[in-house]
Design a protein around this ligand. Sequence first.
Ligand code: 6PG
Length: 257
Amino acid sequence: MEIPDNLTMKPEIRSYPTLLDLSKAAAEFIVELAETAVEDRTIFTLALSGGSTPRLLYEYLAKEEFARRMPWEHTHVFWGDERCVSPDHPDSNFALAFESLISKAPVPSENVHRVPTEGELPKTAAREYERSLREFFQDAARDRMPMAFPAFDLILLGLGKDGHTASLFPGEPVLEEKTRWVVAVAGTSASPAVPRVTLTFPVINQARCVLFLASGSDKRDVFQEILNSPESAAQQYPAARVRPSGSLLWFIDEGLV
Ligand code: 6PG
C-alpha cells in the first residue's frame, strides 16, 4: 500500500472543551478562510462532511454573525461523500446541510453542487458527480490543460470509530484509487449500511486545506494512534492517510485528549 511520503508533516491540533466551542471556532475558521480565498482567487470551494458532528458547525454558519461575513455569492458547496438515498432522506448528508445551513443562509442555488443520488445507481451517481466536478474545476481553472485532480480550498472531514473518513472505510479497494476523483462504495460496514459515493484520496490530498472535526471519547484511541503513530496508523485507519498538499487541521473536543 502506497502511503504519501509527507507523513512526517505534523497536523495542527486545536482542542476545545465542548463540541459547541469546537463548532463555533470552526465557523470562524471557515469564514476567515473563505474571505482570504475569495480575495486571492475570487471563489471559495468547500466540501462538506456528513454524519452528526458537523451539524452544530452548519447551524453556526447559518447564524447572522457568520452568515453576513461569509462570501456566499462566491462560495461553491460540494460534498466529500454522500449516502445513496434521496436528498430529503434523514440519512442524506445533503439533507443535513440543507436543513441546518443551506436553507437558512444566502447560498445561491447554482453554487450548491450535491451528489445526484435520486433514482441513480451508486456507480452512476459517482460518475455524474465526478463529471460535474470536472466541469466546474476545469471552467474555474480557465485553462484548457486537463487537470489531474481539483484543489478544493477546504475539505471538511469527520472521523469514524473505525478510523474511516468520508466514505473511505478500512480494507476497501477504493483506498488505493489513483485516478478517479469519485467512486461508489457498498458501505456494508458503514452506519447506515447503505451504498455511498465518496471523494478519493488523490482529491482529498490535493486540497489547500483539510479540516477534521472530531468529538467524543469513543474516537480518542483512534485519534491518538493517528496523531502519535501516523505510519502504523496509516496501515489500519484511512483517516491517517489524509496528508493534503496544503494544511491539515484537527478541531477536537476534550473527549479525544
Ligand atoms: C458519513 C460521513 C462520515 C462521518 C464519520 C463521523 O457520510 O457518514 O462523511 O465519514 O464523518 O462517520 O460521523 P459522526 O460525525 O456521526 O461521528
